[in-house]
Design a protein around this ligand. Structure first.
Ligand code: UGA
Length: 355
């Protein structure tokens, strides 16, 4: 198969490309505006990389769509700090630009694998009823769960709304124009190459990178609003294994389906995540004399600015991936954290030695 991967240079894309290149079954054309995370794959005979901004692409993108059998769309701004600081850019890229890709797939009758987000589910019923989400576990199911967002003034939700609207448009194109789509909703993947350390690049990445940075430099690990909310973490290799099965689409089982990819067993509060990361670092990576950071609480307004609101709990229902694709994830929380931290610690120590 000829596969066009858009937004291939991000965390998920780079890990997916590495796996597909290793399998050697398909010819890949990968597009992005930054190829740093693809460094180990570029040059491989099954991969053509193009530095290409899809916001400026026009005819060139259409030509590429016609030349490929499958389009994998990973183009996104998926970092919560940006939903607060740049909501219009978040809408433009995550909806407007992605819509153009979907329209090209409709026009040229190409299958699309669209990356969405677990954020489309929004908040839990418990949070709306003012109950403790710990007492009301409510796994999110792809085809049944309602989606509950916060008010407009909390503009964090523009991302979830943009992604949800895109999903609804793909579904409508499937109904009316025969578009063959598969939507993937990732639930907090982590692993090598996730985001960046805030000490090395300006910006506000996701929580793992903040905590990793704190461990490497001995600065405080900051819990937003006490770190009471939950996330369920999935190791990127497990996630990529599921994505590869979706790409293969045996007997068309993924046609016009939505898949959660996640690990319900790996649910922790953010406070527990901080404590576990500190424990793993202390036991496995800490060198003599390295300080162990303190864990402190900050308000969400202080950390993100006005307009932030959090998803309180998101438990993936992964029965569909299990029954249709035979997929389950294999890494528990400790192993997810160990492997991801190992990557960053090794990189950091190499850099220190070279300095
Ligand atoms: C993000 C994206 O919005 C989703 O689209 C994406 O699917 C998801 O990551 C993912 O990785 O799959 P979120 O989990 O909210 O969602 O991203 P984080 O920035 O990692 O935040 C997780 C939690 O940690 C939040 O409660 C946040 O307030 C908290 N946090 C973040 C801290 O307590 N301290 C920090 O230093 C940073």
């Amino acid at each position: 198969m000829n596969i066009l991967l858009l937004g291939a240079g991000g965390f998920i894309g780079a890990n997916l490309v590495e796996r597909l290149v290793r399998d050697g079954q398909h010819h890949l054309t990968a597009l992005d505006i930054d190829s740093e995370k693809l460094a180990d794959s570029i040059g491989h005979k099954h991969l053509a990389y193009r530095d290409h901004d899809i916001r400026q692409s026009g005819h060139a993108l259409e030509q590429l769509v016609t030349e490929n059998d499958l389009i994998v769309d990973l183009v996104a701004l998926a970092n919560p700090a940006l939903y607060v600081t740049n909501p219009v850019d978040v809408f433009d890229l995550n909806f407007t630009e992605n819509l153009k890709i979907a329209e090209l797939c409709v026009k040229h009758e190409k299958r699309i694998v669209q990356f969405s987000t677990c954020e489309v589910y929004g908040k839990t019923v418990a949070s709306v009823l003012g109950k403790d989400p710990a007492e009301m576990p409510f796994p999110f199911n792809e085809d049944e769960s309602p989606m509950i967002m916060g008010p407009i003034k909390n503009h964090r939700w523009i991302y979830a709304c943009a992604k949800q609207l895109l999903e609804r448009v793909l579904h409508a194109y499937g109904l009316e124009r025969g578009l063959n789509y598969t939507i993937i909703r990732p639930f907090n993947f982590i692993g090598p190459r996730i985001d960046y350390l805030p000490s090395e690049k300006a910006g506000n990445p996701r929580v793992f990178s903040h905590f990793m940075n704190a461990l490497l430099y001995g600065t405080p690990m900051k819990l937003v609003d006490g770190g009471r909310n939950y996330r369920a973490y999935t190791y990127i290799d497990d996630a990529v294994d599921c994505i590869a099965r979706i790409i293969e689409n045996p007997n068309g089982v993924c046609d016009r389906q939505i898949f959660n990819i996640g690990t319900p067993e790996n649910e922790v509060t953010i406070k527990q995540l901080a404590e576990k990361m500190r424990e793993v670092f202390d036991e496995e990576f800490r060198q003599e004399g390295d300080p162990l950071p303190e864990i402190v609480s900050v308000s969400s307004e202080e950390f993100y600015g006005k307009g932030y609101e959090d998803c309180d709990r998101r438990i993936p229902d992964v029965n569909k991936a299990r029954t249709l694709l035979g997929w389950t994830s294999k890494h528990d929380v400790r192993s997810v954290l160990y492997h991801t931290m190992e990557y960053f610690v090794t990189k950091h120590r190499k850099k220190q030695q070279a300095a």
